[in-house]
Unconditional design. Sequence first.
Length: 242
Amino acid sequence: MFDLVPADAILALALLLGFVAGTVALVLLLKRAPKTVPGLAKSDRFGTAFTAAGAIFVGITALGNAIATVVATIAPGSITVYDLGRIIAEVDEDLMALPHVEHASSTGVDVTITDAPASIAAWQLGADLLPILLVLIVCAAAVWLAAGTLKGTPFGRRFPIALVVVASAVMVCGLFANLCRGISLAEAALFLNSGAPLGDEPFAAFFVTIDLSPIGWGLVIGLVAGAFQIGTRMQQDTKGLV
């Protein structure tokens, strides 16, 4: 009835397991957490537990996506490289024929390669897995922070530690995913250019878009971690005051 490839079956199973695990986690967190926490309303208590359950669901789904990506990559067959840069932009006559279009050209193209070197798939796999790793780290941090909030220690030591870990993961995973994608494109371009006459190579071997936004996001999260560290010290200083 359903013609699912292995990767789709893995994703479907991950969604089911994530839903079950998230539901069980929600029930356990609400059952084991203190019924009353100073400064935490009942709605906040449920919202915090629901956030942790949602993070577990997303984390398990992301893990299934990672496994499906690996399975799809190592499966025999061709590999598709997306947005491979051309040395000379190709003019699109069909688009130029449309009203109000003065010029239309493209510098990138999606290429499906047969008998490609394993290095292309390996670098592409790294570029695909690093964002998933970031999602797993963020989900783990969210569950850890939610557990601390439900225990009544919103400014515990775990908060600045978790935020520093997330900030580092955002910067490292974001930058290295971009690097892996660029190396994969360079490997594909060199492989395809090897079959073209010298001087008529169609693809640019080094066509990498540098995105520095992960550094900005990491620094912002790092500042939030510093603010929580200050809150932790203030909480410790006021424990003995009545």
